[in-house]
Design a protein around this ligand. Structure first.
Ligand code: HPA
Length: 237
């Protein structure tokens, strides 16, 4: 199933051009920034729909970095193809999230141990109950070890992957009551695709806003959070 399906309608890469580990971010501009500032010899393998993808090396390790767009349907397409057609083994998403709690501070990092969702993404396989989406344990453990070593401000726990950025209907307290730390829009789809493909995934999220107080990070603070996450992802890749 793998090689014969490449390139795909969404990804111009030839089989073998993508590393076994891919770091992904929603925004292609962020991906370009990572490739140009953190990878040695980055080579562009995709620009279909502006979803940039590069392969280079980091400390001698072959790594790819690719955009995934916004929401589960978008990350779902790209990660399914990477895992199943390009034989990618690990995907680490770096992104932003909105905090559900005062303790989960702006600029801190949420390492998503698990994800809940209001999406019906798994409906196609007709499970007899809800699927609990979890991170790969070794990636999670390595991310925590890195965050402790670098003395980063971080939390580990559950997140909500929502299909709605606007009009969420004020459900935050109901999720927060169950210990859910923050909201974003992709981790559940990534973890589900890793599970169904027998592969590994982790989402690392910098807190860009607070959904209760409506405080937001400045552009400069966002950049610091982003650089911390990029280093973490590359170190554990
Ligand atoms: N909602 C959904 N996704 C997000 C948010 C949010 O408030 N902040 C960053 N990603």
């Amino acid at each position: 199933m793998s090689k014969a399906n490449t390139p795909t309608p969404h990804n111009a890469a030839k089989y073998g051009e993508i590393a076994k580990t891919v770091i992904m971010a929603g925004d292609p501009v962020r991906v370009k920034y990572i490739a140009e500032n953190f990878l040695e010899n980055p080579v562009l393998y995709n620009s279909v729909r502006g979803i940039l993808g590069y392969t280079g090396t980091y400390k001698g390790k072959k790594v790819s970095v690719q955009a995934h767009g916004m929401g589960i349907p978008s990350i779902g397409i790209y990660t399914y193809e990477l895992f199943n057609f390009y034989d990618v083994e690990k995907i680490i998403r770096i992104g932003t999230c909105g905090s559900f709690k005062a303790e989960v501070k702006l600029g801190s990092i949420v390492i998503a141990e698990g994800a809940c969702t209001d999406s019906s993404y798994t409906a196609g396989i007709q499970l007899p109950g809800p699927y609990s989406a979890i991170a790969d344990f070794t990636l999670l453990r390595d991310a925590v070890a890195h965050a402790e070593k670098e003395k980063l401000d971080f939390e580990v726990g559950n997140v909500l992957t929502s299909d709605c950025f606007y009009n969420e209907g004020g459900k935050e307290p109901q999720w927060a009551r169950l210990g859910v730390l923050a909201v974003e829009m992709e981790a559940y789809g990534l973890y589900f695709n890793a599970a169904i493909s027998g592969k590994k995934a982790l989402a690392i999220l910098s807190v860009s806003d607070n959904t209760i107080t409506h405080e937001e990070l400045s552009a400069e603070q966002r950049a610091i959070g982003l650089n911390n996450m990029i280093k973490m992802a590359l170190e554990i890749a």
